[in-house]
Design a protein around this ligand. Sequence first.
Ligand code: ATP
Ligand code: MG
Length: 260
Amino acid sequence: MSKILAITNQKGGVGKTTTTINLAASLAAAKQRVLLVDLDPQGNATMGSGIEKRDLPTTVYHVLLGSNTLQEVRRRSQVGKYDVLPANRELAGAEIELVDLPQRETRLKDALQAVTGEYDYVLIDCPPALNLLTLNGLCAARSVMIPMQCEYYALEGLSDLVNTIQKVRANLNPVLEIEGLLRTMFDPRNTLAQQVSDQLQQHFGDKVYRTVIPRNVRLAEAPSYGLPVLYHDKVSKGAKAYLALAGELLNNAAKSVTVK
Ligand code: ATP
Ligand code: MG
């Protein structure tokens, strides 16, 4: 069965998309079969996977509204070696159109059921909002990865997100759990970042990934070439960090199998 992860944080610009793309490519490089789901009308994960969002006849929007199947819409990221359920601006309309449809929160979950045996990992890039699109991501997922910057307001936003996850678990998706918190754009010379990072570890213990993603210019420039950082500069600190994160995930998965 696929491991389905929603990469989410309602705060904008914390590294959700960068994490989704580069984790997808790093897991694929470790021989995992990966599907990336772009749930953001910005379409950044689509573009960053080397797929032109403006040329797409169908997108995740059509899957959510039920006019096309996931199998018809998915594309191959040749550069990343994973599959993509792409998105573009059209998806912004889904928010309103979904409201009157039955099972509006579980449409992605239902669509994924048809392909679950085909992938080891499904990574869902959520938009920076706690809206119906994000809810679809949270209902489809078994766990949540939360990328965050270690700055002053980060912990405050985190409690809103944890509340939302608890509500989703109570009402819509009882198996949902927090897979982990990922420190992104980390600068160890910044004292405040270090303090927030310490607080995170105190509150969340081993839910905080050991891997830390450093601030790295290669990570920021790779999307402009439509490439995961691994294929832009594989020896960069950013590429190594995301390979390490993939390793940590695979290790945790192996451990939980042994424990069971
Ligand atoms: P949004 O909420 O708009 O969807 P996001 O949470 O998906 O944003 P990203 O788009 O991944 O965040 O990152 C925001 C910006 O920061 C981008 O320009 C990205 O290239 C840059 N960035 C992300 N991670 C890093 C990093 N580790 N080092 C340097 N730049 C980074
Ligand atoms: Mg994003």
